[in-house]
Design a protein around this ligand. Structure first.
Ligand code: AMP
Ligand code: FES
Ligand code: ZN
Length: 304
């Protein structure tokens, strides 16, 4: 197969775009898709300070590198979850990556915060993943607001987004359907959240990470060995194999025609938010936010 752009030997074949690319033209293709994702949805501009959440996985590292290559003002944020073995390795990958590319990095250590995930897991009487997600989102938001960033970016890709959309649709979860998407505007104590890789699949991002020589951390979390949405991602892969391009169409159709309908409904029915009585983080509980409830459970040994 030949590169669609320059006719050199192709190293990547993309069915959804019915095209092959050589290494140099593939990097340009990737850059263009990221740029279209940012500009098309007005995620942020070159004058904005963007905080990029870096897990150590290939998606967030690829995102950080590409944004910096495009001249955006980026700073990395890594949340060290305090999980023996895996967190040390992930943090090491992120620190080396930022050092090699001369990128700014901030690290928040959950052990120092009194919230190491193994302790949270031990104290909660339910799977730790949702509490862990809550803790991560809490610190993404806190750091973004306290340090005056204009947006918080995560490495979610098209496969993550489509699987989540499919899952929300299967449950007709109107609250989630009202604000799922690559852009969540900042409001009432929430930072603006963006997902600039929303046009790119896991496969496309993995190819970019490989061609750019990005070292990444791929050991699964010991507490959730199956990646999230595995079954739904599998179904979507089969659909995409039979009908190339369908994943992106489904997602873009939702953004254009689905989300506005759900958003209208939620503004009428939405729960009012008030600051957490302990830390000030917005919550609809009328009392403590989710993370302060976890802290409370750790303090008195009860379950949150
Ligand atoms: P995941 O939910 O693990 O697929 O991660 C989705 C995105 O959240 C990643 O692409 C990162 O941007 C961010 N993320 C996940 N874990 C961490 C972490 N420990 N520190 C910083 N960012 C993270
Ligand atoms: Fe949070 Fe595994 S990364 S529970
Ligand atoms: Zn709180």
């Amino acid at each position: 197969m030949k590169c669609k752009i320059c006719k050199a030997t192709a190293v990547v074949a993309l069915k959804s775009h019915n095209a092959g690319f050589c290494a140099a033209c593939y990097k340009e293709f990737f850059a263009r898709q990221v740029a279209r994702g940012i500009e098309g949805q007005k995620l942020f501009s070159r004058s904005d300070r963007v905080l990029v959440a870096l897990s150590g996985g290939k998606d967030s590292l690829a995102l950080m590198l590409e944004l910096s290559r495009q001249g955006y003002d980026v700073t990395g944020l890594h949340i060290d979850l305090g999980i023996p073995g895996s967190s040390v390795a992930a943090r090491g990958v992120v620190e080396r990556f930022c050092a090699v590319h001369g990128l700014r990095l901030m690290v928040r250590d959950m052990t120092a915060e009194g919230l190491p995930i193994p302790l949270v897991k031990q104290r909660l009487n339910r799977p730790v993943c949702s509490a862990c997600g809550k803790i991560k989102r809490h610190f993404f938001n806190k750091v973004a607001l306290e340090e005056g960033f204009d947006a918080l970016a995560t490495g979610h890709n098209l496969d993550d987004e489509v699987a989540r959309l499919f899952s929300n649709t299967l449950r007709w979860d109107t609250a989630y359907l009202s604000d799922q998407g690559p852009l969540l505007d900042g409001e009432q104590g929430f930072a603006r959240k963006v997902k600039p890789l929303w046009r790119l699949t896991e496969f496309e991002t993995a190819n970019y990470a490989f061609l750019m020589g990005i070292e990444h951390h791929y050991a699964p979390c010991p507490y959730s060995p199956g990646a999230s949405f595995t079954t739904l991602k599998g179904l979507m892969q089969r659909l995409e194999a039979a009908m190339p391009g369908r994943k992106l169409d489904f997602y873009q159709g939702f953004l254009k025609r689905g989300r506005p309908v759900f958003a209208r409904r939620e503004t009428e029915e939405g729960q009012p938010l008030a600051p957490c009585t302990d830390c000030g983080y917005p919550t609809s509980s009328g009392d403590l936010c989710g993370v302060c409830r976890i802290r409370e459970a750790l303090r008195d040994g009860s379950s949150a």
